[in-house]
Design a binder for this molecule. Structure first.
Ligand SMILES: Nc1ncnc2c1ncn2[C@@H]1O[C@H](COP(=O)(O)OP(=O)(O)OP(=O)(O)O)[C@@H](O)[C@H]1O
Ligand SMILES: O=C([O-])CC(=O)C(=O)O
Ligand SMILES: [Ca+2]
Ligand SMILES: [Mn+2]
Length: 659
């Protein structure tokens, strides 16, 4: 068969013409399409995931009608969300990708009718008409992860599929939150209710400035070819569920929130109605620094009265997650429900543990435990019914992630997961989790059901253990201490951790951070309000407090090492099992902490940090330094009463370090 030059001979006539009848390759039925376009249209089965038809509808005609009506109402609701407040109308919105014109039904919503006063004579020709009122805004509504992948890869630079199927993205110039650019509208009610002033995360802005920024965001979003709209829920407690709408310009943002909020079922989406809270994420567009109250080109603005949040000048997706958390920190305590910056898991026997701690202390790592059910990794509510997760996903730190140490998180990084700011091999697309070239704050956002032993629905009974995590880079806090209620409250209000800023150029000083309630950046009321609620609940339900140091041992940063994760896991196991409740304890100097003398699987000598320091004088000096920092930090709280019980307040004040 080979031609004289060694190449296979080209067949010039079809095989079917061969007489022997053996190798026919056209046995498959021909495609049922006359044109290429038709062929492509066959590939996708029609579905209406966002406006599902109720099954069992009486007549197909009636179903079609109500579907159309639902569709119209949904578009009208989105148009109302996107309405300019100065032009008093919403944009003409149409569903579908503008790049697929003709395919999407060109069913636009009429501009939202003006509900309140009308300035212009309706019939008079007006110069108020701008180009923006002539165009349609295309809405990509609750897209699936697959659709969002395609949008990201087609249109967003820096989007790639990694070797395990995750979507790698870049969050732009900001790779972390911008707490100094957060603003909260201080109207009369907010002035009364919220925490303002020194130490508070709430930096004020007025209503007018909020509306200026809102208009800027809305105009930006409406100027785009298309926007993404997510309608989702917060809080797995059905009685206290909050409906949120997120309007954003990037598939990255839409997929991130798809993963992080609770995903509605088709039926729930059908009856979604008006959202309780709306985010306008115009992160690619800056705020105007000439605007009052603006101190940079980034602004993250919350207006509780309008139930809205506006994001300008940062694309870091965590702003949306944590912005909503702030809103929950306002809404839930009004209902007697405590909101918590904590992870949460449950044993097979129903014993629930909370894990408090600042960023990087181990909430996600330690609540994701192969032997226990994961309720959530970061944001919870504690009500009279027990605990509930606020979110529908997890947000894990990825720096130095290893399959061996954190197998469940490793395996969750697959199709559907958003991987922020990681570095990967150009060809194999294998991620190098040790690479900090973009940022140290590399992150994975995945739906909670990607963890095999997730507890769905994400609710549980009242907690038995309350574990306070601190990553102590000074290396003087014991790996574990048992706390009485007053000590638990003291450490909860202090919210201590110490990290090391900038690890590149040699040894640096550990930086002590105190963040009230282990989340001062997110709370909206005074810390003592949350503390009083926690004390009351812990007392009522008999929970035990623990302080766990996931930081340094054997000396401070630069001398010692971070406590090995397997040891911390053993310690946590001993808390869960009840083993630590009955252990032998001794009391430490200065901090007055009760520390166990033995734990199964943990070398006893590390349980008292003094044993691990070779330089005992340096230990004592460092211990006193840290104690001094605690004392200084607590001064501002000394004049507050916690709860109605002044004896508890006195006990809490006495529960700090003594020296
Ligand atoms: N002994 C230890 N205990 C817990 N975590 C450890 C320990 N040693 C190292 N680590 C690492 O510390 C990091 C803890 O980060 P984690 O994502 O759990 O923080 P987080 O508390 O959830 O923070 P955030 O609120 O920002 O999400 C992980 O990268 C983990 O691998
Ligand atoms: O909010 C973020 O970006 C990350 C996080 O969970 C935290 O800081 O607590
Ligand atoms: Ca986390
Ligand atoms: Mn967090």
């Amino acid at each position: 068969m080979a031609a004289p030059n060694g190449l296979a001979r080209i067949e010039t006539h079809g095989r079917k013409k061969h007489e022997n009848g053996v190798c026919h390759d056209d046995s498959a039925a021909p495609v049922r399409a006359q044109t290429i376009d038709e062929l492509h249209s066959l590939q996708r089965k029609r579905s209406a995931p966002t406006t599902p038809i109720k099954d069992g509808a009486a007549s197909p005609f009636a179903a079609a009608l109500s579907e159309e009506e639902r569709h119209r109402q949904q578009l009208q609701s989105i148009s109302a969300s996107l309405a300019s407040l100065t032009r008093e109308t919403g944009p003409k919105v149409v569903k579908g990708d503008p790049a697929r014109k003709g395919e999407a039904a060109a069913k636009g919503a009429p501009p939202t009718p003006q509900k309140h006063h009308q300035h212009h004579h309706p019939a008079a020709p007006t110069i108020a008409v701008s180009d923006s009122s002539l165009k349609f805004t295309h809405v990509l509504y609750n897209l699936s992860p697959a659709e969002l992948y395609e949008q990201a890869i087609k249109y967003e630079k820096g989007s790639f599929i990694t070797s395990t199927g995750a979507l790698a993205t870049l969050s732009g110039a900001k790779t972390g939150r911008s707490p100094r650019d957060k603003r909260v509208v201080k109207d009369e009610a907010a002035a009364q209710e919220l925490w303002w002033g020194k130490g508070s995360p709430n930096i004020e802005m007025d209503e007018h400035t909020f509306l200026t920024n809102r208009e800027r965001a809305v105009d930006y979003l409406n100027s785009l070819d298309k926007v993404f709209v997510n309608d989702q829920f917060l809080n797995w407690d059905p009685e206290n569920r909050i409906k949120v709408r997120i309007i954003s310009a990037r598939a990255y943002h839409s997929l991130f929130m798809h993963n992080m909020c609770i995903r509605p079922t088709d039926e729930e989406l059908e009856s979604f109605g008006t959202p309780d809270f709306t985010i306008y994420n115009a992160g690619q567009f800056p705020c105007n620094r000439y605007t009052h109250y603006m101190t940079s080109s980034t602004s993250v603005d919350i207006n509780l009265a309008r139930r809205e949040m506006v994001i300008l000048g940062t694309q870091y997706a965590g702003e949306m997650k944590k912005g909503l958390f702030g809103v929950m920190h306002y809404l839930m305590p009004r209902r007697g429900i405590l909101s918590l910056h904590s992870g949460c898991n449950m044993g097979k026997d129903g014993d629930v543990a909370l894990f408090f701690g600042l960023s990087g202390t181990g909430k996600t790592t330690l609540s994701t435990d192969h032997n226990r059910l994961l309720i959530g990794d970061d944001e919870h509510c504690w009500s009279d019914n027990g605990v509930s997760n606020i979110e529908g996903g997890c947000y894990a730190k990825c720096i130095d992630l290893s399959q061996e140490k954190e197998p469940d998180i490793w395996n969750a990084i697959k199709f559907g997961t958003v991987l922020e700011n990681v570095v990967f091999d150009e060809h194999t697309r294998e991620v190098d989790y040790t690479d900090k070239s973009v940022t140290e704050n590399t992150r994975a956002a995945y739906p909670i059901e990607y963890i095999p032993n997730a507890k769905i629905p994400c609710v549980g009974p009242h907690p038995k253990n309350v574990i306070l995590l601190a990553c102590d880079a000074f290396g003087v806090l014991p790996p574990v201490s048992k706390l009485n209620l007053a000590q638990t409250m003291y450490h909860f209000i202090s919210g201590y951790t110490a990290l090391v800023a900038g690890t590149e150029d040699g040894i640096k000083e550990p930086q002590a951070t105190f963040s009230a309630c282990f989340g001062a950046a997110f709370i909206m009321l005074h810390p003592t309000k949350y503390a009083a609620m926690l004390a009351e609940k812990m007392q009522k339900y008999g929970a035990t407090g623990w302080l766990v140091n996931t930081g340094w041992s054997g000396g401070r940063y630069g001398v010692g090492k971070r406590i090995r994760l397997p040891y911390t896991r053993k310690i946590i196991d001993a808390i869960h099992s009840g083993e630590l409740l009955t252990a032998n304890y001794k009391k430490t100097e200065v901090f007055g902490l009760e520390i166990p003398t033995e734990i199964d699987g943990v070398p006893s000598e590390i349980l008292d940090p003094i044993n691990t320091w070779t330089d005992k004088a340096a230990y004592k000096e460092t211990l006193l330094r840290l104690a001094g920092l605690f004392k200084k930090n607590f001064e501002v709280f000394a004049s507050y009463k916690i709860g109605d019980d002044s004896s508890l307040t006195d006990e809490i004040l006495a529960a700090g370090p003594n020296f």
